[in-house]
Design a protein around this ligand. Structure first.
Ligand code: PLP
Ligand code: COI
Length: 337
C-alpha cells in the first residue's frame, strides 16, 4: 500500500477492501458473507439504534519479522463478546464463528497489515447489533455480527510517551451494578462529555473513580489502570470496569519478570505511594502516566520518572510477544494463514 505512511498512522478508521458479516435469524447463525460496502441496511426501529443493544470488541494482529501475521488472544475477545451479549440480551456468537470471521477479515485485507517495525498494527473491530424493529423497550430476536479492520498507530497521540490524566467527581462512566463490565456502546456514550472536558484541558483521558463512594480508582477512559510499588503490579478490582485482556496479560508478564501482582481496591490517595503508573488496553497498549490531577481538590500526583523502568519492561515484553520477536511462552499468539 504505497499511499499509507505506516509509521505516522493515528488510531483511526482507514477504509480497507472488505468486511465480513453474519446474521442471526430464527434462532441460528447464517452463512458468513464478505462485503465491500462500508454500510449496513438497517431497520429504522432496530434495537441497536434506539436502546443501545450493541456490543463491540477490539483486538490486534501484527506482522512478524518472519512475514507471518500474529493475532493476539482472540479467544479472550470472543469470550468477552459472549459475556457482553448475555449481559444485554443478545445472541452470543459461538467461539468458532468468531474465529472464522476474524481470520477471514484479516486474510481478505492482508495488504493492510502494517509491516514489521513500523509500530503500527491491524486493529480488528467486531460489532454485534440488535436488528429487530421494536418500539417498546425489548430485546431483538435478530442480530448482525460484523467485523471490519483498520491499520492503526498509537491511541494516545504520544505513543509510549507519558500522558496526564484528569480525576473528576462530576461525571461517572458506569454505575456500580450497571454495564461497566461489558463492552457496550452506552458506556462510551456516557464517557464522551467528561472525556471532552479532559481533552480540552490538555489531558489524555479521565481517570474514573468508583461511582458509589468516589474513593477508589476504576479505570482510565478506554483503558485499565495499573500502578507499581514495592516490586508489585497493582490494578483495581471493580465490578464497573472492563476486564482488560491487556491488563490480564501484563499481570502474567509481571509475574514472569518476578514481580508480585495484586488485583484489589485502590484508593485514589494511594497514588502518592506509587512509583510508576500506566493505562493499558488493546488500543492504548501501555501509556505511561506522568501526572494525575485531582481537579476537585487541586492535588497533582506526579510520576516524574515516567516511563518507569518496570513499565518499560512490561511494554517491551508485551510487544515482543505480540510481534513474534520473543517466543510465545504464554500461548497467546495465533498465526493467521
Ligand atoms: N477499559 C475500557 C473501557 C476499554 O474500552 C478497553 C478497550 O478495550 C479496555 C479497558 C482495555 O481492554 P483490552 O485490554 O481488552 O483491550
Ligand atoms: C480497545 O482498546 O480496543 C478499545 O476498544 C478502546 C477504544 C478505541 C474504545
Amino acid at each position: 500500500m504505497e499511499n499509507i505512511n505506516w509509521s505516522e498512522l493515528p488510531f483511526g478508521y482507514v477504509k480497507t477492501d472488505y468486511n465480513v458479516r453474519c446474521y442471526y435469524k430464527d434462532g441460528k447463525w447464517g452463512q458468513i458473507k464478505v462485503s465491500s460496502s462500508e454500510y449496513i441496511p438497517l431497520h429504522i426501529a432496530a434495537t441497536s439504534l434506539h436502546y443501545g443493544q450493541q456490543s463491540f470488541e477490539g483486538l490486534k494482529a501484527f506482522m512478524g519479522e518472519d512475514g507471518k501475521i500474529r493475532l493476539f488472544r482472540w479467544e479472550e475477545n470472543a469470550k468477552r463478546m459472549q459475556d457482553s451479549a448475555r449481559g444485554i440480551l443478545m445472541a452470543p456468537p459461538p467461539t468458532e464463528l468468531f474465529r472464522k470471521l476474524i481470520y477471514k477479515v484479516i486474510l481478505k485485507n492482508k495488504k493492510f497489515v502494517p509491516p514489521y517495525g513500523t509500530g503500527a498494527s491491524l486493529y480488528i473491530r467486531p460489532l454485534l447489533i440488535g436488528t429487530s424493529p421494536k418500539v417498546g423497550v425489548k430485546p431483538a430476536e435478530e442480530f448482525l455480527l460484523i467485523m471490519f479492520v483498520s491499520p492503526v498507530g498509537p491511541y494516545f497521540k504520544t505513543g509510549f510517551s507519558p500522558v496526564s490524566m484528569l480525576v473528576t467527581r462530576k461525571y461517572d462512566r458506569a454505575a456500580p451494578l450497571g454495564t461497566g463490565k461489558y463492552k457496550v456502546g452506552g458506556n462510551y456514550a456516557a464517557s464522551l462529555t467528561s472525556m471532552k472536558k479532559a481533552h480540552d484541558e490538555g489531558y489524555a483521558s479521565v481517570l474514573y473513580l468508583d461511582a458509589k463512594e468516589k474513593k477508589y480508582i476504576d479505570e482510565c477512559g478506554p483503558a485499565n489502570f495499573f500502578g507499581i510499588k514495592n516490586n508489585t503490579y497493582i490494578t483495581p478490582k471493580s465490578e464497573s470496569i472492563l476486564p482488560s485482556i491487556t491488563n490480564q496479560s501484563l499481570m502474567s508478564i509481571a509475574e514472569h519478570l518476578g514481580l508480585k501482582t495484586e488485583r484489589r481496591a485502590i484508593e485514589l490517595t494511594e497514588l502518592s505511594s506509587f512509583e510508576e503508573t500506566g493505562a493499558c488496553g488493546t488500543a492504548a497498549v501501555i501509556s505511561p502516566i506522568s501526572k494525575i490531577t485531582d481537579d476537585d481538590y487541586g492535588i497533582n500526583y506526579e510520576f516524574k520518572n515516567a516511563p518507569g523502568k518496570i513499565t518499560t519492561q512490561l511494554y517491551e515484553k508485551l510487544l515482543a510477544v505480540q510481534t513474534g520477536k520473543d517466543e510465545d511462552i504464554f500461548g497467546w499468539v495465533s498465526i493467521v494463514e
